[in-house]
Design a protein around this ligand. Structure first.
Ligand code: SAH
Length: 473
């Protein structure tokens, strides 16, 4: 039998909850949110229900169930722990043509309470007809992750402008195009970015134009270090909605596998013989062209786009060209490698701060302040340039760092095949060679590395640190 789904308008209508325990409490609260006049019938109440009763927000029918409680209510929920009593309530309700729900007893229900995703005024209700509540809950969880919380404010905005939009676009096809733009374009984007006034201004401007503007935009999405479990929900949503995905070398296949099936996946990393400048120019042009053609572009970068990812440069180009964009942050390699190697980046009495650098800087014109980096009680994270590590070691030791300062070199952090090599700084060069450490690898330096002895939990670890204990002051 198929159920007929309805959304009931209960504002100001008396409804009955039989039972005063925690289940009854949850039901009473959701009925209250819908504006119903809630009566709770039970000999005793939970503290929260008592509180509601003393505030006059529910009425308490104290005592055991009597049929008279059903007089003039619109619906009833039986939520006592007594199955027979619940069934009796349902039977009497049926006779009086009052909708009845018995919690966890579908056979005695004349209506079911669905699992919901609440983006008021948008509500998504899911029912398995009482056959598989676990499955309904799973579907609900999935939808919760996919539907942005700004959906509610979008619906509220649409409600206010519905008439105006209908007048501006009297033809159905034009109106559909306008709504597509409204939802997918900069108005939806502004609401996701918590800029409701800007969203409204954009909507008003667009209403003055005869045609719906193009929806093209770019989402700069940080893909994390490789383990797809480290994507944010926002990144996953963007991958689900993209028309075209421009990705770099460090984005893992496992992450790309999560993209919408019919999205165009375009590799834009460096091609053979091309210099960085050319690569960057080509990426800028690709973003601009796809967005101008009205596509939803995801610019997908490994780790976090704003940490040695040139994300800022790419956004600057979009800003200059007046193309709408959003940014989704991600787990950067240093954070992920540290977590997956069991190395807290700061630790009481051991490390008070963290510096993120590139190994390239050891050879660059613009040198970092090595003397301050060589100091105790901090953690250094070096990205890129495994081949430049000897120069990093030389600079640090040359500026006063202890040659026996612990390091960890983490290869393929968070990916299958992650390897962690730990040792003393002075031994870094030959150990890295001995273990044939490859890119992508991240170097962590500091006393915190010793904690991995106890806390390491993922992948292989090759330990060349002395048996010395953690030097906690
Ligand atoms: N934006 C990226 C960094 C890009 S630079 C981020 O936030 O992580 C590229 C360097 O990042 C690599 O050379 C390597 O040092 C580091 N890296 C990226 N992914 C890594 C991984 N899974 N394991 C180890 N190092 C990684």
């Amino acid at each position: 039998m198929t159920l007929f789904p309805i959304f009931a308008q209960l504002t100001g209508k008396p409804v009955l909850v039989v039972g005063g325990g925690s289940v009854a409490e949850r039901k009473a609260q959701s009925l209250l949110r819908a504006g119903a006049l809630v009566r709770v019938g039970a000999p005793t109440l939970t503290p929260a229900l008592s509180e509601l009763a003393s505030q006059g927000r529910i009425s308490w029918l104290a005592g055991n169930f009597v049929p008279g409680w059903l007089d003039d209510v619109w619906l009833v929920i039986a939520a006592t722990s007594d199955n027979e009593l619940n069934a009796q309530v349902a039977k009497l309700a049926e006779e009086a043509r009052i909708w009845a729900n018995v919690v966890d007893d579908p056979a005695n229900c004349s209506f079911h309470v669905p699992a919901i995703v609440d983006r008021s005024p948008v509500t998504i209700a899911i029912s398995s007809g009482g056959h598989a509540p676990v499955l309904a809950r799973r579907i609900r969880e999935k939808l919760e992750t996919l539907i942005d919380h700004s959906t509610g404010s979008l619906a509220a905005l649409v409600a206010r402008y519905r008439e105006v939009i209908r007048k501006a676009h009297p033809q159905l096809s034009g109106r559909r195009g306008f709504y597509d733009w409204l939802i997918d374009g900069p108005v939806g984007g502004a609401l996701r970015s918590q800029q409701p006034e800007h969203a409204e201004t954009l909507l008003q401007q667009a209403l003055k134009q005869p045609q719906a503007p193009a929806v093209g935009k770019v989402i700069l999405v940080s893909a994390g270090p490789g383990d797809p479990g480290l994507l944010t929900l926002k990144a996953l949503r963007a991958l689900n909605e993209a028309d075209v995905i421009l990705y770099d070398r460090l984005v893992s296949q496992d992450v790309l596998d999560l993209a919408r099936r019919d999205a165009d996946l375009v590799y834009v990393g460096k091609s053979p013989g091309e210099n960085h400048h050319q690569t960057q120019e080509r990426i800028h042009q690709a973003m601009i062209d796809h967005a101008r053609a009205g596509r939803k572009v995801v610019r997908l970068k490994g780790g976090d786009a704003f940490i040695f990812g040139r994300g800022g440069e790419e956004l600057a180009v979009l800003a200059e060209q007046g193309i709408a964009y959003e940014v989704v942050p991600g787990v950067t390699a240093a954070i992920a490698c540290a977590a997956y190697a069991g190395i807290p980046l700061t630790h009481r009495h051991v490390s008070q701060g963290l510096h993120l650098l590139t190994a390239h800087s050891a050879l660059a014109q613009d040198q970092p302040d090595w003397a301050s980096l060589a100091r105790e009680k901090q953690t250094l994270g070096f990205y890129m340039g495994v081949t430049q590590l000897p120069e990093v070691v030389r600079q640090l030791i040359g500026h006063g760092m202890r040659p026996d300062m612990p390091f960890a070199l983490i290869e393929n952090g968070s990916r299958p095949g992650q390897r962690t090599l730990t040792g003393k700084l002075e031994d870094l060069e030959h150990l890295a060679r001995e273990h044939a450490m490859q890119a992508p690898s991240l170097l962590l330096i500091g006393e915190v590395v010793r904690l991995s002895e106890q806390l390491h939990w993922f992948g292989q670890r090759y330990d060349h640190l002395s048996e010395a204990v953690l030097e906690a002051a």
